[in-house]
Design a protein around this ligand. Sequence first.
Ligand SMILES: C[S@@+](CC[C@H](N)C(=O)[O-])C[C@H]1O[C@@H](n2cnc3c(N)ncnc32)[C@H](O)[C@@H]1O
Length: 278
Amino acid sequence: MTVLEAFQNGERILLANGIEDAAFDCGCLFEAACGYAHAARIAHAYDVLEPEAEIQFFSYVRRRASGEPLQYILGKWTFCGREFQVGKGVLIPRPETEELAEHASRTVRENRYTVVWDLCAGTGCVGLTLALENSDIHVVLFEKYNPALAYLVENQQTLGVQNAEIVQADVLLPPPEGLPLPDLIVSNPPYIPAGEIDSLQPEVLCEPRTALDGGADGLDFYRAIKELWLPCVRTGGCLWFECGDGQGEAIALLFSDCARSRVHYDANHVDRFVEIHV
Ligand SMILES: C[S@@+](CC[C@H](N)C(=O)[O-])C[C@H]1O[C@@H](n2cnc3c(N)ncnc32)[C@H](O)[C@@H]1O
């Protein structure tokens, strides 16, 4: 089978299985399996594919057609320009979370903060990015679940992050003792109301439920952070949260005894982040 025939067949299979971005996904899978990026694929359109590459490509296509997220098949995804290892058991970093990392990084620089805690760290995309962009700070990343922790440790090693430490901890319980206290807490916790999870897109349901489920109203983690973790934040410090649509004001209200708070919305007036100053 030629490169062109394989690609066209793969794309057809994805389209027939309702994959929206079939051409894009097919291109990524083709490159992962056969090593041909877009330009090389065009240049070599009539070359015959190596049998192993063809088998690998169609195995990836079948996984994608059955609803497995593209990122899990590729085993990596880009966040703020860096490649993070991802796979079953860890949340795939989202583009909107890049904005959270940018806000938090700017806050660190403007206030010359030195210690950051990333609660519910997952792959570590937020906390490790902050550590890499601010070499003079120390970042502590907290994560409860072993499968996510494994990716977190791997990402710290692969990205060569020296100024960060990983702590296995439950954010719904008090913080472990003996850690440097934070100027900034940043968190993208699970925030989907439990009753809404089953109606999410099938691909999202491939991701761990523990990364999504924020309790009955989605706010369990914000309440726990307010009660248990906020007291650790140094005076003059700050918290940056990602949140779900319609949650911003409720989170700001939870933290109403702090100095000030601000809800950040996207262009469609959907709640995205809450910034709280202590
Ligand atoms: C929404 S994901 C965010 C992951 C990552 N920060 C990101 O932005 O891609 C939430 C993370 O919280 C972790 N988590 C869930 N419950 C937790 C708990 N009780 N304590 C600590 N981490 C928890 C999940 O395993 C998951 O990695």
